[in-house]
Design a protein around this ligand. Structure first.
Ligand code: ADP
Length: 417
C-alpha cells in the first residue's frame, strides 16, 4: 500500500495550500461557495475519492449532509445521520478526529449511506468542526486515491482545514443572521411609521373637536369650573403638539418637507413664539426674559417651520428647568451673515456623554420608565431637520445642574428684492 504526502516538504506544501485556501475562506461569506471550496480542497489535498460536510442540528441532535463532492452529492442531501452507531456521530460525541482504514471491520460503520447512494466506502477520515468549543459538524473524506491509506499527516492537515472551515462557516452564519435581523428591523421600522401615520391622523380630528368646544366653553365658565376647563385646554394643546411632532416626522421620513420661504421680521417671529410660552414659564415661577434688538431683522424663511423648531427649544427649556429657574431667549447681533437665536436655561442640564445623542429620534436622557418630564423624544430631532433644511444649524452647550444653551443659526437667506 502506498502512503503519500508524508515527507516534510510535501507536508509543508499541503499546509501552504490550507493557508492559501483559508485566506479565500475568510474573504467570502457566500455559504454555498464556502462549502464547495472546503470540500473540493479537502478532496484535493487529502487525495480522496470524496469529501463531505455534515452539520449538526442542535434541536434534533442529528447530522445531515450540507455539501459533498462527487456524483452522489444530490443523493446524500436528504440522508439524516444519527449520532448513535455512526462514524460521524462518534466524531461529534468524542470531539476527536477518527481514521478508519477499513470500514468493513468497524462496528461503527452501518453502511446505510452507501446503501442509499450505491457508493462503496472503504476507508474514512473525519474531523470535528468546532466553534468556540462547540461542535457544529464533521468534515469527512472517504477512500484515499489509488488504494492508499489515510495517515497521521492526512489527519493533521484535515484538522487544520476543518478549523478554518468552521470559522468561515460560523462567520457566514453570523452574517446571515445579522442580515435577517436587519430585514426584520426594516419591517418593524415600516410598521412603526405606518402606526405613527395612522395614529396621528386618527387622533387629530377628535382632538380638534375637544379643543374647539373646550375653548368655546372657556368664555362661559367662571370659578373652579373655569380652572378645570383651562386644564383640559392645556392638556389638549399638549396632545396637539405631540401629534404635530408625529406628523412632521412622517413628512420628514417621506422626504416631502419643502421650505416655503416668505419675507418676515426675524425679531417679530422670535418674539411671537416666545410669548406663546410665557404663561407656561410664569406658571412655574421662572424668570422669562427676552433680549431682542429694537429694530427689525429682515428674513426670508419658512415661518411655520422655524416657529416649530424654536417652540421645541423653548418648551424644553421650560420643561427641564425646575420651578423658580431662569429662561432667557436672546437674539445676539454679533454675526451679520447669520440670524441667530439663543435659548438659555438654568435647568437640569445634559451630561457630556449624552450631548451627541439628544438630537436622535426618541432619545431621552432619562429612561422612559423613570421619567418625570413629558415628551416622546422627537422635538429636537424635528427641530434640527427643520433648521437644516434652511441651511442652518442647531448647537448645544450644557452642563449637568447648571443649565443648557441651544443656539439656532440660519443663513440670512436669499437677497430681498
Ligand atoms: P422630549 O423633550 O420630548 O423628551 P426632545 O427631542 O425635545 O424630546 O429632547 C430629547 C432629550 O434631550 C430630552 O428628553 C432631554 O433628556 C434632553 N433635553 C432637551 N432639551 C433639554 C434642556 N433644555 N435641558 C435638559 N435636557 C434637555
Amino acid at each position: 500500500m502506498e502512503s503519500s504526502f508524508s515527507s516534510p516538504n510535501q507536508t509543508l506544501a499541503r499546509i501552504q495550500r490550507v493557508l492559501e485556501v483559508s485566506l479565500i475562506l475568510n474573504s467570502t461569506l457566500d455559504l454555498d461557495r464556502l462549502l464547495e471550496l472546503i470540500i473540493e480542497t479537502a478532496e484535493e489535498i487529502i487525495r480522496s475519492e470524496g469529501a463531505s460536510i455534515l452539520l449538526l442540528d442542535e434541536d434534533t441532535g442529528e447530522l445531515s449532509f450540507l455539501a459533498a463532492t462527487g456524483q452522489k452529492r444530490e443523493e446524500l442531501k436528504p440522508i439524516i445521520v444519527p449520532l448513535e452507531n455512526t462514524i460521524a456521530g462518534y466524531i461529534v460525541q468524542t470531539g476527536m478526529p477518527l481514521m478508519i482504514p477499513d470500514v468493513s471491520h468497524d462496528p461503527r460503520f452501518g453502511g446505510q449511506v452507501d446503501d442509499a447512494t450505491g457508493f462503496i466506502t472503504r476507508s474514512i477520515l473525519g474531523v470535528p468542526l468546532m466553534v468556540r468549543d462547540q461542535i457544529i459538524g464533521v468534515l469527512e473524506v472517504v477512500n484515499k486515491m489509488d488504494g492508499a491509506q489515510f495517515d497521521e499527516d492526512d489527519a493533521y492537515i484535515l484538522t487544520m482545514l476543518g478549523a478554518q472551515a468552521a470559522i468561515a462557516l460560523e462567520n457566514s452564519r453570523l452574517v446571515s443572521e445579522l442580515q435577517r435581523a436587519y430585514t426584520e428591523l426594516g419591517e418593524l421600522d415600516r410598521l412603526k411609521s405606518d402606526f405613527i401615520a395612522i395614529a396621528s391622523h386618527e387622533l387629530r380630528t377628535p382632538l380638534a373637536v375637544i379643543l374647539g368646544y373646550a375653548t368655546f366653553l372657556q368664555g362661559d365658565m367662571t370659578g373652579a369650573a373655569r380652572g378645570h376647563l383651562d386644564l383640559v385646554v392645556q392638556s389638549a394643546l399638549h396632545l396637539r403638539s405631540l401629534i404635530d411632532d408625529m406628523i412632521n416626522l412622517r413628512h420628514i421620513d417621506a422626504g416631502d418637507v419643502s421650505v416655503a420661504r416668505e419675507r418676515c421680521d426675524f425679531v417679530e417671529l422670535v418674539r411671537n413664539v416666545a410669548l406663546e410660552f410665557q404663561e407656561l414659564s410664569l406658571a412655574k415661577r421662572q424668570s422669562f426674559v427676552l433680549t431682542l434688538p429694537d429694530h427689525p431683522l429682515p428674513a426670508h424663511l419658512d415661518r411655520e417651520k422655524i416657529r416649530l423648531a424654536l417652540a421645541n427649544l423653548i418648551s424644553n427649556a421650560i420643561k427641564f428647568t425646575p420651578d423658580g429657574g431662569d429662561i432667557h431667549v436672546e437674539i445676539p447681533l454679533e454675526d451679520p451673515d447669520r440670524l441667530t437665536v439663543v435659548v438659555r436655561d438654568s435647568g437640569i442640564g445634559i451630561p457630556a456623554d449624552q450631548l451627541a445623542r439628544i438630537f436622535d429620534r426618541f432619545f431621552q436622557v432619562e429612561p422612559a420608565y423613570t421619567r418625570r418630564h413629558e415628551g416622546i423624544g422627537l422635538g429636537l430631532s424635528i427641530a434640527r431637520t427643520l433648521v437644516e433644511i434652511h441651511g442652518g444649524t442647531i448647537d448645544v452647550q450644557s452642563e449637568p445642574n447648571a443649565g443648557s444653551v441651544f443656539t439656532i443659526r440660519l443663513p440670512v437667506g436669499a437677497p430681498l428684492s
